[in-house]
Design a protein. Structure first.
Length: 140
């Protein structure tokens, strides 16, 4: 794995960032291409291209810090009504920087951001089949 990403440079202090939070495991900073005002990124300090490469304890820490940041957003000048968490894992999922990162996106009515998709209504048998397949893969 090539450990170089802009996030690795931010973690190492070689690139500028507007930090909001930092501890031994993660750093959180303002996104330079925000979807909404106050959009933050929570990044593990250890380089991991994908969730499969990330220590589950550190992965949990991303969400714990995200939860704290969401509460702080609501109490700050951001003043959001809601918060979305977004994590893209892989090119097809929309990942652009190959260092795991959690987006913490503040939401307000009419902000123009949202997830778009084509919801389906699968048959229960199809849901059960896929659930069994995933359960089976958990044992591996």
């Amino acid at each position: 794995m090539n450990p170089y990403t802009i996030f690795a440079d931010i973690v190492a202090g070689r690139a500028p960032s507007s930090k909001v939070y930092e501890d031994d495991d993660v750093v959180a900073f303002m996104d330079i291409r925000p979807m909404t005002p106050g959009h933050l990124l929570v990044v593990p300090k250890v380089a991991a291209r994908s969730l499969a490469e990330l220590d589950p304890v550190v992965g949990g820490k991303l969400f714990q810090v995200g939860q704290r940041l969401a509460a702080a957003m609501r109490a700050s000048e951001v003043g959001c009504d809601g918060v979305n968490f977004f994590l893209a894992d892989g090119v097809t999922a929309g990942q652009e920087v190959f260092h795991v990162h959690l987006h913490v996106i503040p939401r307000t009515p009419g902000d123009g951001f949202g997830l778009r998709g084509r919801p389906a209504s699968p048959r229960r048998e199809d849901l059960d089949y896929l659930a069994a397949s995933i359960r089976g893969a958990l044992g591996n």
